[in-house]
Ligand binder design. Structure first.
Ligand SMILES: [Zn+2]
Length: 244
């Protein structure tokens, strides 16, 4: 139900192409870089961002914060920075017609976090957080636009963003994470992911007790209430069903 398309070229060109394709969501993946002790997650939205973009961005930041046990930054530590760092990042998103976020989940200048970025386990976690956030916010499926920060720009084709502590570049790892998220989304089958119904206690409670012999049902009692006490007396080999 999801398709993912990578957009390349100048950032404005990517966004306009995603608009033409009627993408339902737009994600640009980066990693942050500063000092070796820098430690937080932040998501940039455009200055003109919709409430959906902001809520989605905060939700992604919160999940990253939970999974990697790192603090959230942004305005009032909300996890998002509307309009970017004094405008930096804004142009990466402001031309989109659809909800759009720019991810800065970890610091590649921080040795611990760089190790997460470089490890398959860390990459899988990052991809899962992103894919889960898209599934939650865009449950109807559709075409999702991915943009690898720095890489594939027309005028600066060699830009790969920040150097990653221990080796590699921000953009190459961003691309790996997006490829993994694409794989999760494109193989996602909602039938395999039943959410518990809103008021559906009855629907997940089994109203029967069954005796099965050699894989064949030989006895069934279908009228078991949720509040009944069901007790197996192992010593006497008796199952007691008691309505209290
Ligand atoms: Zn970057």
């Amino acid at each position: 139900m999801y398709q993912v398309k990578f957009y390349t070229g100048e950032y404005s060109v990517r966004q306009r192409a995603a608009n033409r394709d009627k993408c339902v969501a737009y994600v640009e993946q980066h990693f942050n870089a500063a000092t070796t002790t820098a430690n937080y997650v932040v998501v940039v939205t455009g200055a003109n961002a919709s409430e959906t973009s902001k809520t989605w961005g905060r939700s992604y930041a919160q999940r990253i914060s939970d999974v990697f046990k790192i603090p959230m930054a942004g305005t009032g530590r909300s996890g998002i920075l509307v309009g970017g760092w004094n405008g930096r990042g804004n142009a990466n998103l402001k031309y989109t017609d659809m909800p759009a976020i720019l991810l800065e989940p970890l610091f590649v200048s921080n040795p611990t976090q760089a190790e997460w970025v470089r490890s398959e386990e860390g990459q899988n976690k990052l991809a899962k957080v992103l894919a889960d956030s898209i599934i939650d916010f865009f449950p109807g499926g559709g075409l999702i636009a991915f943009s690898v920060g720095h890489k594939y720009k027309t005028r600066r084709p060699h830009d790969r963003g920040a150097a990653v502590y221990g080796g590699g570049t921000e953009a190459d790892y961003a691309e790996i994470v997006l490829e993994k998220a694409k794989n999760i989304l494109e193989t996602y089958d909602p039938a395999l992911h039943y959410d518990e119904p809103e008021n559906g206690d009855e629907e997940i409670y089994a109203h029967h007790i069954m005796v099965v012999k050699d894989n064949k049902e030989i006895w069934v009692h279908t009228d078991v209430d949720e509040d009944d006490e069901v007790m197996w007396d192992a010593e006497n080999r008796i199952l007691y069903i008691t309505t209290l």
